[in-house]
Design a binder for this molecule. Structure first.
Ligand code: APR
Ligand code: PHB
Length: 390
């Protein structure tokens, strides 16, 4: 097979780039290891920054998002027994975020690929990039039991944290930065009315909690748990009890509870791989960087990669200009690190750290007191939460 751009990974990053390139007449193939059903059963975060929402519209995939998604102009931080609101709209110069499940967004991207006759292969085994440092790179894989070779101009590694692309960069070239946090998030999805129309991030002496939602009839809640906990350790009842304990009493009292329809534990990790380019292979999204979910940056960090890559590819194919491709890694990493900083900051400010000494705890409390006493500090939080410019 032959194509212009061979994309490894059919998550939001790979699909979004495929869709944008196809709309401009740039031929591409997406290789996805899992079935579509598997990809669409993964429950992921649900807050999109406005820049990503714009990208969805540009990719002609924004219709359902605009119909069913909710615009949020603010969120709450519960701390020291009170609830303070961060006014995103006021402090970010009129911006907001879109609450729309990443699973739904991925479904919309797949449907758009189908509509346009995009080439997306599932159940792809043993994908492997080759000759990235030459002008004739290619990808090999197994499709329906047959060995296939795909010759291309460029390879995109959009195959997530556990993908093969990053691992194909020689270890003397790749630099990895990582922080693993000493806890995870236990999350449940339930068909109940969300306790608050806006998100509540709660800092509590028993640990962090988050009240989020997918719609006004579908709630998503999380609590911080030790890494040693297993999903089986947590009955629905135990989850609801613990969640309520970590919220202001009046919020807990009006919490509607019900059976969980999904329950899982995710560890929290910060990770960046540099550079994001190796010859003719470019990394994008979770393949190159991971953030803890506290700042809702996961997909949004991927969005800027896709935006830069897309424009760099357009410049290459339509104008014969390779500056964008040459600058991609530096430019993408500059924004990636800002999203890392923000996600780290939110995580440090709101969680209970097992090794914190009394001094650290005091500083943590003062961080939030300062935040809500300073319009400038809230401005900094707001501009990061709605998304720094691409
Ligand atoms: N070959 C083909 N596909 C692969 C391979 C492989 N060797 N390894 C992984 N994949 C696929 C995965 O099955 C997955 O569907 O690549 C896809 C990567 O998708 P994601 O992990 O969703 O990563 P990305 O598309 O970058 O999405 C950005 O935003 O909210 C965050 O972390 C969240 O995943 C989300 C991310
Ligand atoms: C979610 O809805 O799953 C969600 C929202 C905000 C976050 C993390 C997760 O910061």
């Amino acid at each position: 097979m032959k194509t212009q751009v061979c994309i490894i990974g059919g998550g939001p990053s790979g699909l979004m780039l495929a869709q944008l390139l196809h709309l401009k007449g740039i031929d591409n193939i997406v290789l996805e290891r899992q079935t579509r059903e598997y990809v669409l059963a993964r429950i992921r975060a649900g807050v999109l920054e406005h820049g990503f929402a714009d990208l969805m519209r540009e990719a002609q995939c924004g219709e359902r998002m605009d119909r069913e998604g909710e615009i949020h102009d603010g969120f709450y931080i519960a701390h020291a027994g009170k609830m303070d609101r961060v006014d995103l709209h006021k402090y970010s110069g009129g911006n907001s975020v879109m609450v729309y499940g990443q699973t739904e967004l991925t479904r919309d991207l797949y449907e758009a690929r189908d509509r346009m006759g995009g080439k997306v292969y599932h159940n792809v085994e043993d994908a492997q990039p080759h000759d990235m440092k030459t002008d004739t790179p290619y990808v090999t894989c197994t499709l329906d039991g047959e060995k296939v070779r795909i010759d291309c101009d460029y390879i995109i590694g959009a195959d997530g944290f556990h993908g093969v692309s990053r691992k194909s960069i020689p270890s003397d070239v790749l630099r990895e930065y990582e922080r693993v946090y000493p806890f995870g998030w236990l999350g449940i999805l339930s068909r109940t009315k969300p306790v608050s129309p806006e998100l509540i991030y709660a800092k509590h002496e028993r640990g962090f909690a988050l009240c989020s939602l997918r719609s006004q009839v579908l709630s998503r809640y999380y609590i911080q748990v030790p890494l040693t906990d297993k999903v089986e350790d947590w009955s629905d009842e135990a989850f609801w009890d613990e969640l309520k304990r970590r919220l202001p009493a009046e919020v807990g009292a009006r919490m509607e509870t019900g059976p969980s329809i999904e329950k899982s534990i995710a560890p929290l990790r910060s990770f960046v791989a540099e550079p994001m380019r190796y010859g003719r292979m470019f990394l994008a999204g979770d393949a190159a960087h991971i953030v803890p979910p506290t700042g809702a940056r996961g997909l949004n960090s991927a969005a800027s990669d896709i935006y830069y890559l897309y424009h760099a590819m357009l410049d290459h194919y339509l104008n014969g200009d390779d500056t964008g491709l040459d600058n991609y890694s530096d430019k993408a990493l500059a924004r990636v690190w800002k999203a890392q900083r923000f996600s780290w900051w939110m995580t440090m400010a709101l969680h209970k750290f097992p090794d914190n000494i009394a001094y650290d705890q005091k500083l943590q409390e003062i961080e939030l007191e300062y935040l809500f006493s300073s319009e400038r500090a809230q401005g900094s939080l707001a501009e990061n939460y709605v998304g720094l410019p691409f």
